[in-house]
Design a protein around this ligand. Structure first.
Ligand code: PXG
Length: 443
């Protein structure tokens, strides 16, 4: 990709940007105008090395020719088909391929358009499943502090990121509890992979279950590795304990794999990395390598079957979206899965994970750095916050990296890295070196 000419910016005012300090951004805008492989091109013509796969999604790298061609071809052949009482072949084909990647009997797939929709759909499936089995009193949902499950009302209710909840606190779902998060610097700082300490925190589920009575609890939802909260790998044994407690009390376990799915942890899904079988799994992002919006809920056979007990003509589940299984998304998904297979990208992630871990932990000892965490090709560097100015130290590092041609992500005072799975060892080194320089230069 040759360096591009600078682009004249449009009027920035009308767009209300998501999760962004709008006034600050519009004074000093950063627009992306093209992409290829590991690189973006910025509006000023500079190449930016992508350390975060767009936003944890472009696992095959940018503008992969196979995925681009598949979407182009699909757009010219069948632009749209409703999924209600009709269908098109690619959606069925993709459902089969996604189910084949999933562990155990997660063999049915419900398509949606985002991670947020996947989460709200999974929560609704959980409630409706219990009701279909004559346990309509199972309505409580359990999330976790620091969990991110998107921005629907269901997702923010079970989610545990305070800033995403407090503006709307009076309007969230009732009957939701939260497990404690597992982030504890006193015990886990600078862990490589899964921390050794913290499995016992899963036992808090027993307390919640006892408090409300198990017969009232529908589902527990957690990210196998918390992503948005700053890459928090599960303590060794933690997910297994959650699974065992859910089993003991007839509670469904939903693993939210919107970030961890499709190779991020070095396996198809984190459920396989950790050997823990969920009843429902939510995915998005990497399912199309970010090229067309799509999400999905992967559903255990017995849950699907519970909806198929009425007469054949009855609608089993009153839920769905205009764009469920959209032809362009399905085409992008099929092409992305083919690229993952052909290029062995999940194995590549597994192979590169130790290189990534070594490079990232090389930042230990840099000024401000109070923790480094990693799992697969996800990693985070946590900085001590600047007194009286939380988040601003990491934002400064983000800007310095961007100016030096590397895209990273901040959350609080944490810098997160989740590169495309096509990354090379030298690009890992370049990202980490740039991060080191930026951290050292930041007050
Ligand atoms: N679940 C998880 C685990 C996620 O990470 C969602 C649900 C929602 O997906 P949608 O497609 O509705 O955004 C997500 C999304 C960040 C960041 O930098 C992460 C996400 C979204 C925006 C920013 O941490 N993850």
């Amino acid at each position: 990709m040759s360096p591009a000419a600078p682009v004249t910016l449009p009027d920035l005012e009308p767009l209300w940007m998501p999760f962004t300090a709008n006034r600050q951004f519009k004074k000093d805008p950063r627009l992306l105008v093209a992409a290829e492989g590991m690189y973006y091109t910025a509006h000023d013509g500079r190449r930016i090395l992508d350390g975060i796969a767009g936003l944890w999604c472009c696992n095959a790298g940018h503008c992969h020719p196979k995925i681009v061609a598949a979407v182009r071809e699909q757009a010219g052949r069948l632009d749209y088909a409703t999924a209600f009482n009709l269908g098109h072949p690619a959606a069925f084909e993709l459902a089969g391929q996604v189910a084949a990647l999933a562990p155990g009997s997660l063999d049915h797939v419900f398509f949606v358009n985002s991670g947020s929709e996947a989460v709200d759909t999974a929560l609704k499936i959980a409630l409706a499943y219990h009701r279909a089995r004559g346990e309509a009193q199972r309505t409580r949902l359990i999330g976790r502090e620091r969990g991110y499950h998107g921005v629907g009302f269901g997702g923010i209710s079970v989610g545990g990121i305070v800033a995403n909840r407090r503006m709307f606190s009076a309007s969230m779902l009732p009957g939701v509890d939260h497990l404690p998060h597992t982030h504890d610097l006193a015990h886990n700082a600078f862990s490589r992979g899964q921390p050794a300490w913290g499995a016992h925190l899963a036992d808090d589920l027993e307390r919640i279950v006892a408090l409300h009575d198990p017969s009232t609890i529908a589902a527990v939802i957690v990210e196998p590795v918390a992503g948005s909260a700053g890459v928090l790998p599960p303590p060794a044994g933690y997910l297994e304990r959650l699974r065992a407690i859910c089993d003991r009390h007839g509670i469904l376990l939903i693993l939210d794999e919107v970030i961890t799915g499709f190779g991020r942890t070095g396996a198809n899904f984190a459920a396989q990395t950790f050997g823990v079988q969920p009843d429902l799994m939510t995915v998005a992002k990497g399912i199309t390598s970010g090229v067309v919006p799509m999400g999905a809920v992967l559903v255990d056979r017995r849950i699907y079957d519970a909806f198929m007990t009425g007469p054949d003509y009855a609608v089993g589940f009153f839920h769905g979206y205009t764009y469920s299984g959209h032809p362009l998304a399905a085409a992008a998904g099929l092409a992305a899965l083919e690229v993952y297979r052909e290029e062995g990208l999940f194995e590549r992630a597994r192979r590169l994970a130790p290189v990534f871990e070594e490079a990232l932990h090389g930042l230990r000892g840099c000024r401000h750095v109070i923790d480094i965490r990693n799992l697969g090709l996800m990693g985070a560097v946590e900085l001590a916050p600047r007194a009286g100015e939380p988040t601003q130290r990491a934002m400064d590092v983000f800007r310095r990296c961007y100016d030096a041609g590397v895209l990273v992500r901040t959350t609080g005072d944490i810098l997160a890295l989740t590169p495309p799975l096509i990354i090379s060892e030298s690009e890992i080194a370049q990202i980490v070196d740039t991060l080191r320089g930026a951290i050292q230069a930041t007050a």
